[in-house]
Design a protein around this ligand. Structure first.
Ligand code: AHR
Length: 478
């Protein structure tokens, strides 16, 4: 039996959780958009071409914000190709994923989709082949009230009301060999940011972080006065050496390290350069991503089939985001449908992958305030760190209900979790994600092998967590 404990004290607040940490991302990549969210002519699509079965599954996740159109795709995307009469839109070569883009799904369809899903749009500018004029025109197309030709074009396209898109990304992954240097990007980002703000004062801008301190410091130093977020991408895979399961699930814990470093960097840069604007972290791509990268072999792009181990990794990473709620202001799982995704479609059906369930559990059972709840657990060693077998985060709501999110990562041992700080008569509801073993997966034929169950317990101060399970324990605070 694994031993673990957590001490809850409502006075030890991390702070309010920005609901945007539960965001999602769709890219023009493989079957994410075409055949995923959008499939005109399908009997499952509505009059706009949106797959209604997908839309229902998205709505259940209460997605607060949706990033689009990429990803790597955006670095060659010209938004004007994707507006106006569908038949007149040009097909283009997509150099990121080496396919062709029909442009049938463009800005107006994206905004319509966001409205249908009840989510806020987050649009990323093309800072690869795009220009500043083009970015500014896109913003005017979306948010202008008809003062300029760009917003008049939107009105002519049948959308009288401004879209009010608040979140705009200053490029995607523009770093790396053959791309921009940090200094070059930071200066461009500052110029884009100035022009964007002069066009619309209400925008919230996400600069492209590099996932390492030198890049991120440069961006903060040069563009920090003009941005609201700096991004970070985190993809999880097992290590080549060591136990594949343990090195994979440990990533959720070790991934927290750069979030803490980056938050420290942001605070230091704000102090050093007297930046008054608040800047937060936007983890605008994260997920387990390593299996289906070979198009020639699989015939599709990145259609990862997730198992229970991946769901535990996702559940533990949601804990990491909650524990870092002070620094993290937004996060977007990559991606929402088919491509490294919780929702998977065929032309006539969908199933929910294992990783859908931790998202659902946090959507349905969470408080708005994150607590700094000291937790202890037996550990294992991975990536040079002691990683707790039981990974915990705690939130509470205004009505005095605590939500203890606890993942037992051990593949064969149950864990006993002692919880201090709940009411003495604390009956509790426990929501639990589990399946027969860590390799268990869902499929069209077996859609419920891994799912979420619920049980009532009499005493929430000592809870048994079965092997390889992710639970949310809901009980009254003391
Ligand atoms: O999400 C898949 C790809 O991963 C995105 O296009 C890119 O930004 C990242 O490298």
């Amino acid at each position: 039996m694994i031993k673990a404990s957590v001490r809850i004290d409502p006075a030890r607040r991390i702070g309010p959780i920005d609901p945007n940490i539960y965001g999602q991302f769709i890219e023009h990549l493989g079957r994410c958009i075409y055949g995923g969210v959008y499939e005109p002519g399908s009997p499952l699509a509505d009059e706009r071409g949106f797959r209604t079965d997908v839309l229902d599954a998205v709505r259940r996740l209460r997605v607060p914000v949706l990033r689009w159109p990429g990803g790597n795709f955006v670095s060659g995307y010209h938004w004007q190709d994707g507006v106006g009469p569908a038949d007149a839109r040009p097909a283009r070569r997509d150099t990121a994923w080496r396919k062709f883009e029909s442009n049938r799904f463009g800005t107006d369809e994206f905004i319509d989709y966001c409205r249908a899903a009840g989510t806020e749009p987050y649009i990323c500018f093309n800072m690869g082949t795009g220009t500043m004029d083009e970015a500014q025109a896109w913003l005017e197309y979306c948010n202008g009230a008809g003062e300029t030709a760009w917003s008049q074009l939107r009105i002519r396209n049948g959308h009288a009301e401004p879209y009010g898109v608040r979140y705009w990304g200053l490029g995607n992954e523009v770093y790396g060999p053959g791309c921009k240097s940090a200094a070059n990007y930071a200066e461009q980002a500052r110029e884009y940011a100035k022009f964007t703000r002069w066009t619309d004062r209400d925008v919230r801008l996400i600069a492209c972080g590099g996932g390492e301190p030198e890049w991120d410091w440069e961006v903060l130093k040069t563009a920090g006065h003009f941005i609201d977020y700096i991004s970070y991408h985190d993809y999880f895979r097992p290590d080549a050496a060591g136990d594949p399961y343990e090195t994979l699930v440990s990533r959720a814990w070790t991934g927290g390290r750069y979030l803490r470093d980056l938050w420290g960097l942001i605070e230091a840069a704000r102090h050093r350069y007297e930046i008054r604007r608040e800047i937060r972290i936007c983890v605008d791509e994260w997920n387990v991503f390593y299996r289906r990268n070979d198009f020639a072999k699989f015939g599709t792009l990145h259609e990862e089939q997730y198992d229970l181990a991946d769901a535990l990794c996702v559940a533990a990473y949601l804990n990491t985001l909650v524990r870092n709620a002070r620094g993290v202001g937004m996060a977007n799982m990559a991606q929402m449908v088919n491509v490294i995704a919780p929702i998977f479609t065929s032309p006539d059906s969908i199933f929910l992958q294992t990783i859908y369930y931790p998202l659902l559990m946090h959507a349905e059972h969470r408080g708005g305030v994150a607590l700094d709840a000291p937790a202890e657990s037996d550990t294992f060693s991975a990536r040079g760190q002691d990683v707790p077998w039981v990974d915990v985060s705690v939130t509470h709501d205004d009505a005095g209900t605590a939500f203890v999110h606890a993942v037992n990562l051990h593949r064969s041992h149950s864990a006993s979790l002692e919880i201090v700080g709940l009411a003495s008569d604390a009956d509790a509801t426990v929501y639990e994600i589990n399946g027969p073993n860590i390799d268990s997966a869902n499929s069209f034929r077996h859609p419920d092998t891994v799912s979420m169950g619920v049980r009532q317990i009499r005493n929430a101060r000592s809870v048994e967590l079965p092997p390889h399970s992710a639970s949310t324990i809901v009980a009254r605070l003391a």
